[in-house]
Design a protein around this ligand. Structure first.
Ligand code: ZN
Length: 412
Protein backbone atom coordinates (compact mmCIF):
# COMPACT_ATOMS: atom_id res chain seq x y z
CA UNK A 1 0.00 0.00 0.00
CA UNK A 2 1.29 3.41 -0.89
CA UNK A 3 -0.03 6.93 -0.78
CA UNK A 4 -0.47 9.24 -3.73
CA UNK A 5 -1.19 12.94 -3.94
CA UNK A 6 -4.31 13.74 -5.83
CA UNK A 7 -6.20 16.97 -6.48
CA UNK A 8 -9.99 17.37 -6.55
CA UNK A 9 -11.34 20.53 -8.17
CA UNK A 10 -14.91 21.70 -7.86
CA UNK A 11 -16.88 24.91 -8.19
CA UNK A 12 -17.63 27.17 -5.21
CA UNK A 13 -20.99 28.78 -4.55
CA UNK A 14 -20.00 32.15 -3.08
CA UNK A 15 -22.04 35.08 -1.80
CA UNK A 16 -20.93 38.68 -2.38
CA UNK A 17 -18.99 38.99 0.87
CA UNK A 18 -17.11 35.77 0.18
CA UNK A 19 -16.40 36.78 -3.43
CA UNK A 20 -14.87 40.03 -2.21
CA UNK A 21 -12.74 38.17 0.32
CA UNK A 22 -11.54 35.77 -2.40
CA UNK A 23 -10.71 38.66 -4.71
CA UNK A 24 -8.64 40.24 -1.94
CA UNK A 25 -6.74 37.01 -1.36
CA UNK A 26 -6.07 36.56 -5.08
CA UNK A 27 -4.93 40.18 -5.24
CA UNK A 28 -2.58 39.72 -2.30
CA UNK A 29 -1.10 36.58 -3.88
CA UNK A 30 -0.59 38.39 -7.19
CA UNK A 31 0.95 41.37 -5.43
CA UNK A 32 3.32 39.21 -3.35
CA UNK A 33 4.46 37.35 -6.46
CA UNK A 34 5.25 40.58 -8.27
CA UNK A 35 6.89 42.08 -5.18
CA UNK A 36 9.04 38.96 -4.75
CA UNK A 37 9.99 38.97 -8.43
CA UNK A 38 11.11 42.62 -8.23
CA UNK A 39 13.08 41.90 -5.03
CA UNK A 40 14.79 38.91 -6.62
CA UNK A 41 15.73 40.95 -9.70
CA UNK A 42 17.09 43.84 -7.59
CA UNK A 43 19.12 41.49 -5.41
CA UNK A 44 20.49 39.65 -8.43
CA UNK A 45 21.64 42.89 -10.06
CA UNK A 46 23.26 44.09 -6.82
CA UNK A 47 24.88 40.93 -5.46
CA UNK A 48 24.47 38.17 -8.04
CA UNK A 49 22.44 36.02 -5.64
CA UNK A 50 18.70 35.89 -5.01
CA UNK A 51 16.73 35.53 -1.76
CA UNK A 52 14.62 32.38 -1.37
CA UNK A 53 10.87 32.31 -0.69
CA UNK A 54 11.57 31.95 3.02
CA UNK A 55 13.90 35.00 3.07
CA UNK A 56 11.33 37.02 1.17
CA UNK A 57 8.54 35.98 3.50
CA UNK A 58 10.62 37.05 6.51
CA UNK A 59 11.38 40.41 4.84
CA UNK A 60 7.73 40.89 3.98
CA UNK A 61 6.63 40.17 7.55
CA UNK A 62 9.13 42.73 8.86
CA UNK A 63 7.70 45.57 6.76
CA UNK A 64 4.09 44.37 6.56
CA UNK A 65 2.97 46.25 9.65
CA UNK A 66 4.21 49.67 8.53
CA UNK A 67 4.09 49.49 4.72
CA UNK A 68 1.33 47.07 3.83
CA UNK A 69 -1.29 47.07 6.62
CA UNK A 70 -3.96 45.90 4.17
CA UNK A 71 -2.25 42.50 4.19
CA UNK A 72 -3.78 41.78 7.60
CA UNK A 73 -7.13 41.45 5.85
CA UNK A 74 -6.02 38.23 4.14
CA UNK A 75 -4.63 34.93 5.35
CA UNK A 76 -0.85 34.95 5.66
CA UNK A 77 -0.80 31.81 3.51
CA UNK A 78 -1.80 33.65 0.34
CA UNK A 79 1.41 35.74 -0.01
CA UNK A 80 3.58 32.98 1.47
CA UNK A 81 2.42 30.38 -1.03
CA UNK A 82 2.70 32.91 -3.89
CA UNK A 83 6.37 33.38 -2.99
CA UNK A 84 6.79 29.58 -3.03
CA UNK A 85 5.25 29.56 -6.50
CA UNK A 86 7.78 32.17 -7.53
CA UNK A 87 10.62 29.93 -6.36
CA UNK A 88 9.09 27.06 -8.34
CA UNK A 89 8.83 29.31 -11.42
CA UNK A 90 12.55 30.07 -11.18
CA UNK A 91 13.39 26.41 -10.64
CA UNK A 92 11.51 25.54 -13.87
CA UNK A 93 13.22 28.40 -15.66
CA UNK A 94 16.70 27.17 -14.67
CA UNK A 95 15.80 23.59 -15.53
CA UNK A 96 14.74 24.67 -19.01
CA UNK A 97 17.82 26.87 -19.46
CA UNK A 98 19.96 23.83 -18.71
CA UNK A 99 18.06 21.74 -21.26
CA UNK A 100 18.44 24.51 -23.82
CA UNK A 101 22.20 24.59 -23.25
CA UNK A 102 22.32 20.86 -23.82
CA UNK A 103 20.35 21.35 -27.04
CA UNK A 104 17.40 19.29 -25.80
CA UNK A 105 14.84 22.08 -25.90
CA UNK A 106 13.62 24.07 -28.86
CA UNK A 107 10.92 26.16 -27.14
CA UNK A 108 11.15 29.16 -24.88
CA UNK A 109 12.87 28.91 -21.49
CA UNK A 110 10.14 30.95 -19.79
CA UNK A 111 11.64 33.60 -17.52
CA UNK A 112 9.07 34.30 -14.75
CA UNK A 113 6.78 37.19 -15.68
CA UNK A 114 4.82 39.65 -13.58
CA UNK A 115 1.23 38.61 -12.94
CA UNK A 116 -1.26 41.08 -14.37
CA UNK A 117 -4.95 41.44 -13.55
CA UNK A 118 -5.49 41.68 -17.28
CA UNK A 119 -4.93 37.93 -17.49
CA UNK A 120 -7.59 37.12 -14.90
CA UNK A 121 -7.73 37.35 -11.14
CA UNK A 122 -5.60 34.25 -10.80
CA UNK A 123 -5.53 32.06 -7.71
CA UNK A 124 -4.24 31.64 -4.18
CA UNK A 125 -3.27 28.62 -2.13
CA UNK A 126 -4.07 28.07 1.54
CA UNK A 127 -2.66 25.56 3.99
CA UNK A 128 -3.42 24.85 7.63
CA UNK A 129 -6.80 23.97 9.07
CA UNK A 130 -8.97 22.97 6.12
CA UNK A 131 -12.11 20.95 6.75
CA UNK A 132 -14.18 19.36 4.02
CA UNK A 133 -17.91 18.73 4.44
CA UNK A 134 -20.13 17.04 1.87
CA UNK A 135 -21.56 20.35 0.69
CA UNK A 136 -18.99 22.91 1.91
CA UNK A 137 -15.34 23.56 2.62
CA UNK A 138 -13.93 25.48 5.56
CA UNK A 139 -10.82 27.52 4.82
CA UNK A 140 -8.62 29.70 7.03
CA UNK A 141 -9.84 33.33 7.12
CA UNK A 142 -12.55 32.67 4.50
CA UNK A 143 -14.71 30.48 6.69
CA UNK A 144 -17.24 27.97 5.44
CA UNK A 145 -17.78 28.20 1.67
CA UNK A 146 -20.60 26.34 -0.05
CA UNK A 147 -19.89 23.95 -2.92
CA UNK A 148 -22.02 23.59 -6.06
CA UNK A 149 -21.49 19.84 -6.20
CA UNK A 150 -22.25 17.62 -3.21
CA UNK A 151 -20.08 14.72 -2.13
CA UNK A 152 -17.28 15.11 -4.66
CA UNK A 153 -14.49 16.26 -2.37
CA UNK A 154 -13.08 13.47 -0.17
CA UNK A 155 -14.06 14.09 3.46
CA UNK A 156 -11.79 11.54 5.14
CA UNK A 157 -8.45 12.00 3.34
CA UNK A 158 -5.53 14.02 4.74
CA UNK A 159 -5.63 17.49 3.19
CA UNK A 160 -2.35 19.13 2.18
CA UNK A 161 -3.61 22.39 0.67
CA UNK A 162 -6.52 24.13 -1.03
CA UNK A 163 -6.19 26.40 -4.06
CA UNK A 164 -8.97 28.84 -4.90
CA UNK A 165 -9.05 30.15 -8.47
CA UNK A 166 -11.27 32.28 -10.69
CA UNK A 167 -12.24 31.68 -14.31
CA UNK A 168 -14.70 33.92 -16.18
CA UNK A 169 -16.56 34.92 -13.02
CA UNK A 170 -16.71 31.40 -11.60
CA UNK A 171 -14.75 30.43 -8.51
CA UNK A 172 -13.23 26.98 -7.98
CA UNK A 173 -11.43 25.20 -5.20
CA UNK A 174 -8.85 22.50 -5.80
CA UNK A 175 -8.06 20.33 -2.79
CA UNK A 176 -4.78 18.43 -2.70
CA UNK A 177 -5.03 15.26 -0.62
CA UNK A 178 -2.73 12.43 0.38
CA UNK A 179 -4.61 9.25 -0.34
CA UNK A 180 -3.95 5.64 0.39
CA UNK A 181 -3.74 3.84 -2.87
CA UNK A 182 -3.80 0.21 -3.83
CA UNK A 183 -2.74 -0.47 -7.38
CA UNK A 184 -4.12 -3.74 -8.62
CA UNK A 185 -2.85 -4.94 -11.95
CA UNK A 186 -5.33 -4.37 -14.74
CA UNK A 187 -6.39 -7.54 -16.51
CA UNK A 188 -7.75 -5.87 -19.64
CA UNK A 189 -6.48 -6.32 -23.20
CA UNK A 190 -3.45 -4.72 -24.87
CA UNK A 191 -4.43 -1.89 -27.17
CA UNK A 192 -2.65 0.36 -29.66
CA UNK A 193 -3.99 3.91 -29.98
CA UNK A 194 -3.44 5.96 -33.10
CA UNK A 195 -4.26 9.60 -32.48
CA UNK A 196 -5.71 11.41 -35.45
CA UNK A 197 -6.89 14.72 -36.73
CA UNK A 198 -10.22 13.71 -38.30
CA UNK A 199 -10.95 11.24 -35.51
CA UNK A 200 -9.71 11.71 -31.97
CA UNK A 201 -8.29 8.20 -31.95
CA UNK A 202 -8.46 4.78 -33.58
CA UNK A 203 -7.98 1.73 -31.35
CA UNK A 204 -6.41 -1.52 -32.48
CA UNK A 205 -9.53 -3.43 -31.37
CA UNK A 206 -11.35 -1.71 -34.23
CA UNK A 207 -13.26 0.91 -32.25
CA UNK A 208 -13.01 4.58 -33.07
CA UNK A 209 -13.22 7.61 -30.84
CA UNK A 210 -14.96 10.39 -32.78
CA UNK A 211 -13.55 13.89 -32.60
CA UNK A 212 -16.04 16.23 -30.96
CA UNK A 213 -14.47 19.35 -32.45
CA UNK A 214 -15.96 21.60 -29.81
CA UNK A 215 -13.64 24.37 -30.75
CA UNK A 216 -14.72 24.28 -34.38
CA UNK A 217 -18.37 24.53 -33.39
CA UNK A 218 -17.69 27.14 -30.77
CA UNK A 219 -15.35 29.05 -33.04
CA UNK A 220 -18.13 30.69 -35.02
CA UNK A 221 -19.79 31.87 -31.85
CA UNK A 222 -16.45 33.02 -30.46
CA UNK A 223 -15.70 34.95 -33.66
CA UNK A 224 -19.12 36.57 -33.45
CA UNK A 225 -18.52 37.53 -29.81
CA UNK A 226 -15.03 38.76 -30.60
CA UNK A 227 -16.45 41.10 -33.25
CA UNK A 228 -19.06 42.37 -30.80
CA UNK A 229 -16.25 43.19 -28.36
CA UNK A 230 -14.17 45.06 -30.93
CA UNK A 231 -17.16 47.13 -32.09
CA UNK A 232 -17.72 48.55 -28.62
CA UNK A 233 -15.94 51.46 -27.01
CA UNK A 234 -13.18 50.09 -24.80
CA UNK A 235 -13.96 50.47 -21.13
CA UNK A 236 -17.69 51.14 -21.63
CA UNK A 237 -20.43 49.23 -19.82
CA UNK A 238 -21.45 47.39 -23.01
CA UNK A 239 -17.85 46.52 -23.78
CA UNK A 240 -17.47 44.99 -20.31
CA UNK A 241 -20.61 42.91 -20.86
CA UNK A 242 -19.36 41.71 -24.27
CA UNK A 243 -15.97 40.78 -22.82
CA UNK A 244 -17.70 38.73 -20.13
CA UNK A 245 -19.84 36.93 -22.73
CA UNK A 246 -16.70 36.08 -24.72
CA UNK A 247 -14.91 34.78 -21.63
CA UNK A 248 -17.92 32.59 -20.77
CA UNK A 249 -17.87 31.09 -24.24
CA UNK A 250 -14.16 30.31 -24.04
CA UNK A 251 -14.78 28.71 -20.66
CA UNK A 252 -17.54 26.52 -22.05
CA UNK A 253 -15.42 25.25 -24.93
CA UNK A 254 -12.48 24.62 -22.60
CA UNK A 255 -14.73 22.62 -20.24
CA UNK A 256 -16.13 20.52 -23.09
CA UNK A 257 -12.64 19.74 -24.35
CA UNK A 258 -11.43 18.77 -20.90
CA UNK A 259 -14.45 16.51 -20.36
CA UNK A 260 -14.02 14.62 -23.66
CA UNK A 261 -10.36 14.00 -22.99
CA UNK A 262 -10.84 12.97 -19.35
CA UNK A 263 -13.57 10.48 -20.25
CA UNK A 264 -11.44 8.90 -22.96
CA UNK A 265 -8.19 8.66 -20.95
CA UNK A 266 -10.04 7.32 -17.88
CA UNK A 267 -11.73 4.63 -19.93
CA UNK A 268 -8.42 3.54 -21.46
CA UNK A 269 -6.58 3.45 -18.13
CA UNK A 270 -9.40 1.55 -16.37
CA UNK A 271 -10.11 -1.08 -18.99
CA UNK A 272 -6.77 -1.83 -20.71
CA UNK A 273 -3.69 -3.52 -19.29
CA UNK A 274 -1.27 -1.95 -21.80
CA UNK A 275 -1.81 1.11 -23.97
CA UNK A 276 0.70 1.78 -26.75
CA UNK A 277 0.76 5.30 -28.15
CA UNK A 278 2.93 7.11 -30.63
CA UNK A 279 5.48 9.67 -29.56
CA UNK A 280 4.14 12.55 -31.61
CA UNK A 281 6.16 15.70 -32.00
CA UNK A 282 3.39 17.95 -30.82
CA UNK A 283 5.20 21.27 -30.96
CA UNK A 284 6.45 20.42 -34.46
CA UNK A 285 2.96 19.54 -35.63
CA UNK A 286 1.48 22.71 -34.20
CA UNK A 287 3.76 24.73 -36.45
CA UNK A 288 1.88 23.30 -39.42
CA UNK A 289 -1.03 25.73 -39.66
CA UNK A 290 -3.41 23.34 -41.39
CA UNK A 291 -3.11 20.82 -38.60
CA UNK A 292 -2.75 23.32 -35.79
CA UNK A 293 -6.45 23.97 -35.20
CA UNK A 294 -7.46 20.35 -35.07
CA UNK A 295 -4.54 19.20 -32.91
CA UNK A 296 -4.89 22.11 -30.53
CA UNK A 297 -8.54 21.13 -30.20
CA UNK A 298 -7.78 17.54 -29.30
CA UNK A 299 -4.83 18.30 -27.06
CA UNK A 300 -2.32 15.52 -27.80
CA UNK A 301 0.14 16.60 -25.15
CA UNK A 302 -2.65 16.72 -22.59
CA UNK A 303 -3.89 13.30 -23.73
CA UNK A 304 -0.54 11.76 -22.97
CA UNK A 305 -0.17 13.56 -19.64
CA UNK A 306 -3.58 12.37 -18.42
CA UNK A 307 -3.09 8.83 -19.68
CA UNK A 308 0.26 8.57 -17.90
CA UNK A 309 -0.96 9.60 -14.46
CA UNK A 310 -4.23 7.70 -14.69
CA UNK A 311 -2.38 4.57 -15.80
CA UNK A 312 -0.43 4.76 -12.54
CA UNK A 313 -3.71 4.90 -10.59
CA UNK A 314 -5.45 2.04 -12.30
CA UNK A 315 -2.57 -0.38 -12.86
CA UNK A 316 -2.34 0.13 -16.59
CA UNK A 317 0.95 0.36 -18.51
CA UNK A 318 1.59 3.09 -21.06
CA UNK A 319 4.17 2.42 -23.74
CA UNK A 320 5.35 5.11 -26.09
CA UNK A 321 6.58 4.07 -29.53
CA UNK A 322 9.43 6.05 -31.01
CA UNK A 323 8.30 8.59 -33.56
CA UNK A 324 10.68 6.96 -36.05
CA UNK A 325 8.80 3.67 -35.83
CA UNK A 326 7.05 3.34 -39.23
CA UNK A 327 3.70 2.40 -37.71
CA UNK A 328 1.54 3.81 -40.49
CA UNK A 329 3.74 2.63 -43.37
CA UNK A 330 4.02 -1.01 -42.31
CA UNK A 331 1.52 -3.74 -43.11
CA UNK A 332 0.11 -5.00 -39.82
CA UNK A 333 -0.34 -8.49 -41.27
CA UNK A 334 2.91 -9.29 -43.09
CA UNK A 335 5.33 -6.44 -42.27
CA UNK A 336 5.68 -5.12 -45.83
CA UNK A 337 6.58 -1.41 -45.88
CA UNK A 338 4.93 1.09 -48.18
CA UNK A 339 7.62 3.72 -48.77
CA UNK A 340 5.31 5.89 -50.88
CA UNK A 341 2.40 6.19 -48.48
CA UNK A 342 1.07 9.75 -48.49
CA UNK A 343 -0.77 11.54 -45.71
CA UNK A 344 -3.81 11.77 -48.02
CA UNK A 345 -4.02 7.96 -48.48
CA UNK A 346 -6.77 6.97 -46.07
CA UNK A 347 -6.63 3.23 -46.88
CA UNK A 348 -3.52 1.11 -46.49
CA UNK A 349 -3.08 -1.33 -49.40
CA UNK A 350 -0.44 -4.03 -49.00
CA UNK A 351 1.43 -4.69 -52.27
CA UNK A 352 2.77 -8.04 -51.09
CA UNK A 353 1.02 -10.48 -53.49
CA UNK A 354 0.72 -13.15 -50.78
CA UNK A 355 -0.98 -10.76 -48.35
CA UNK A 356 -2.95 -8.05 -50.19
CA UNK A 357 -4.32 -6.49 -47.02
CA UNK A 358 -6.52 -3.43 -47.50
CA UNK A 359 -7.30 -1.68 -44.24
CA UNK A 360 -8.16 1.74 -42.84
CA UNK A 361 -4.88 3.58 -42.48
CA UNK A 362 -5.38 4.52 -38.83
CA UNK A 363 -6.52 1.04 -37.82
CA UNK A 364 -3.43 -0.41 -39.50
CA UNK A 365 -1.23 1.99 -37.53
CA UNK A 366 -3.01 1.14 -34.26
CA UNK A 367 -2.53 -2.59 -34.90
CA UNK A 368 1.20 -2.02 -35.46
CA UNK A 369 1.43 -0.12 -32.19
CA UNK A 370 -0.34 -2.93 -30.32
CA UNK A 371 2.15 -5.41 -31.82
CA UNK A 372 5.06 -3.41 -30.41
CA UNK A 373 3.85 -4.18 -26.90
CA UNK A 374 4.44 -7.89 -27.54
CA UNK A 375 7.75 -7.52 -29.37
CA UNK A 376 9.29 -5.21 -26.83
CA UNK A 377 8.74 -7.49 -23.83
CA UNK A 378 11.71 -9.65 -24.93
CA UNK A 379 13.96 -6.72 -25.77
CA UNK A 380 13.25 -5.11 -22.40
CA UNK A 381 14.51 -8.08 -20.46
CA UNK A 382 17.60 -8.14 -22.67
CA UNK A 383 18.63 -4.50 -22.63
CA UNK A 384 16.90 -3.10 -19.57
CA UNK A 385 13.73 -1.12 -19.51
CA UNK A 386 13.53 2.59 -20.18
CA UNK A 387 11.05 3.58 -17.57
CA UNK A 388 9.92 6.35 -15.30
CA UNK A 389 10.21 6.43 -11.54
CA UNK A 390 6.85 4.71 -11.16
CA UNK A 391 7.63 2.19 -13.87
CA UNK A 392 4.49 2.79 -15.85
CA UNK A 393 5.98 4.35 -18.94
CA UNK A 394 8.30 2.50 -21.24
CA UNK A 395 9.58 3.73 -24.56
CA UNK A 396 9.57 1.14 -27.29
CA UNK A 397 12.62 1.12 -29.55
CA UNK A 398 13.67 4.57 -28.51
CA UNK A 399 15.65 6.38 -31.14
CA UNK A 400 18.97 7.43 -29.60
CA UNK A 401 19.32 10.38 -31.98
CA UNK A 402 16.46 12.53 -30.86
CA UNK A 403 15.11 12.16 -27.37
CA UNK A 404 12.59 14.61 -26.03
CA UNK A 405 13.66 16.12 -22.71
CA UNK A 406 10.26 15.77 -21.12
CA UNK A 407 9.47 12.35 -22.50
CA UNK A 408 9.38 10.60 -19.14
CA UNK A 409 7.67 13.23 -17.11
CA UNK A 410 5.28 10.92 -15.32
CA UNK A 411 5.17 12.96 -12.15
CA UNK A 412 2.59 15.39 -13.58
ZN1 ZN B 1 0.71 -7.28 -46.02
Amino acid sequence: MSTIQRAYKTELDLNNVQTTACRKHAGAARWAYNWGLARKQEAYRATGTTPSAMDLHRDLNAVKHTNFPWMYEVSKCAPQEALRNLDAAFAHFFRRVKLKQQGKLSGKVGYPQRKSRKHGLGSFRLTGSIVVFSDAIQLPRLGRLRLKERGYLPTSARILSATVSEHAGHWYVSVLVDQEHIVSANSGPVVGVDLGVKKLATLSDGTEEPNPRHLKQGLRKIKHCQRAVSRKRKGSRNWTKAVHRLACLHRKVANQRANTLHCFTSRLAKTKSVVVIEDLNVSGMLKNHHLAQAIGDVGFGEFRRQLTYKAAWYGCRVMVASRWEPSSKTCSQCGWEDEHLMLADRVFRCQNPECGLALDRDLNAALNLAKLAGSSSESQTACGEESSGQGHVALVKLSPLKQEPDTFDASA
